[in-house]
Design a binder for this molecule. Structure first.
Ligand SMILES: Nc1nc2c(ncn2[C@@H]2O[C@H](COP(=O)(O)OP(=O)(O)OP(=O)(O)O)[C@@H](O)[C@H]2O)c(=O)[nH]1
Ligand SMILES: [Mg+2]
Length: 185
């Protein structure tokens, strides 16, 4: 079966585990696996969720980046500092993975409207500057969680297809366009 590995990045307490466990049944500690159907095709997504407090976090982080096929950059809409630190995680991933990894920017805790410190516009603008997809989600209400993972699978499939085409196509030949496009703000 088609299977993907996604790693979660973001400050302590932003809701990484909340997001992972909302749709995923825990199997191993800090790794959640879920089967889902995207565009009539079943696939399995392994979500790797490392707590901020982990010992030797830097080393674990590098391994996580090497193994990850896509990365969720996660902040809480109720924490400006978690938003301001997103760039640090992005740079760490770019350093290890090279250019153009698959990112999705995720603003969690969208249910906390009264405590909002990051506007939707700021989130969308940051995602635009990264050239990546943006979602605001809530593990509490389940808002956009399913949509987030569906979008992520489509991004990974499209990128995989593009890479395959590049390997299989002679330079002069037309490259096939990806079938699905997730919304990019
Ligand atoms: N209201 C609300 N609370 C949330 C949401 N997601 C997580 N929380 C709460 O925020 C706190 C931290 O969430 P976690 O998912 O443990 O955060 P984390 O990013 O995994 O934190 P570390 O593992 O320490 O890095 C917990 O008390 C959660 O119940 C959400 O969508 N809405
Ligand atoms: Mg956690």
């Amino acid at each position: 079966m088609e299977s993907w590995r996604v790693a979660l990045f973001g400050d302590g307490g932003v809701g990484k585990t909340g997001l992972a466990t909302q749709t995923y049944d825990p199997t191993l500690e800090d790794v959640y696996r879920k089967q889902l159907v995207v565009d009539n095709k079943i696939c399995s997504v392994e979500v790797i969720d490392i707590p901020q407090e982990t010992e030797h976090y830097g080393l674990v982080l590098d391994q996580l980046i090497i193994e990850g096929q896509a990365f969720l950059l996660i902040y809480s809409i109720a924490s400006r500092s978690s938003f301001d630190r997103i760039e640090i995680y992005r740079q760490a991933i770019l350093r290890v993975k090279g250019p153009n990894p698959i990112f999705v920017l995720v603003g969690t805790k969208s249910d906390k409207a009264a405590e909002r410190e990051v506007s939707k516009e700021d989130g969308a603008a940051l995602a635009r500057s990264f050239g990546c997809t943006f979602e605001e989600t809530s593990a509490k209400t389940a808002q956009n969680v399913e949509q987030l993972f569906t979008c992520l699978v489509r991004n990974m499939r499209d990128t995989n297809m593009r890479d395959t085409n590049m390997r299989d196509t002679k330079p002069s030949e037309e490259k096939k366009k990806p079938k699905h496009k997730c919304q990019i703000f």
